[in-house]
Unconditional design. Structure first.
Length: 218
């Protein structure tokens, strides 16, 4: 079981997972790769221009070039491990390779979402999402994530699904609170519950659990 799966609560499902766009890794590759080649080039040049120094300049350049090379590896590892997740309960922003930093935004507390895409971002399918919440965090900014339109759509769909679940639970509580529910009430509730299952808003296990409770009232 992976780290993200360990974060899931009971009956919580991962609906969509993404990360920053690959352009972020390309930028790190170009910058750090340039410095590696530059340092090695200087070492080779000094090897021929100042032969009295022997292999010392090249060896020194090789050692120093390990710094941008390590920076490149570190950037790639962070890109690989920094994840943005939509579940049926919340938005998760998990960062870090060994030391982890996780930010949660409950779907219930999301007030608005601002999507920003440049012309290049639209062509390559990346952009920034600014999630405005009613929590202490206030604003959760996801920078240059892959396919932000799909991420935003899935997030809003899951939020709407939570509202549907809330409406169903409220109706179920009212029905079951009655001293004697009518014969058609329970089957109607089960049918509505099945629709929520088909939409992926609840798991099969949740469906069976709630269905059993409803059938117990007949």
């Amino acid at each position: 079981m992976g780290y993200l799966e360990d974060l899931m609560g009971k009956n919580e499902q991962i609906m969509l997972t993404t990360r920053q766009h690959w352009i972020m890794v390309i930028g790190a590759l170009l910058v750090n790769g340039f410095f590696v080649l530059l340092l090695l080039g200087i070492g080779v040049a000094l090897l021929f221009l100042v032969p009295v120094l022997g292999w010392i300049p090249l060896a020194l350049a090789g050692v120093i070039s390990l710094i941008p090379l390590w920076r490149l590896v570190a950037d790639w590892l962070h890109w690989q491990n920094d994840m943005y997740v939509v579940t049926n309960r919340r938005i998760i922003q998990a960062q870090g390779v060994i030391n982890k930093h996780v930010i949660d935004s409950s779907l219930e507390k999301i007030n608005d979402v601002v999507l920003t895409q440049s012309a290049l971002g639209r062509m390559l399918s990346y952009g920034d999402l600014e999630i405005l919440t009613g929590s202490e965090i206030g604003v959760n900014l996801l920078r240059r994530i892959t396919d932000p339109v799909r991420f935003k759509t899935e997030m809003l769909n899951q939020k709407e699904g939570m509202n549907e679940m809330g409406a169903f639970d409220s109706k179920a509580r009212r029905t079951l609170a009655a001293a004697a529910p009518t014969a058609g009430d329970i089957p109607e509730l089960i049918a509505e519950l099945d629709e929520l299952r088909k939409k992926g808003l609840i798991t099969d296990a949740e469906f069976q659990e709630k269905k059993a409770k409803l059938l117990a009232r007949i």
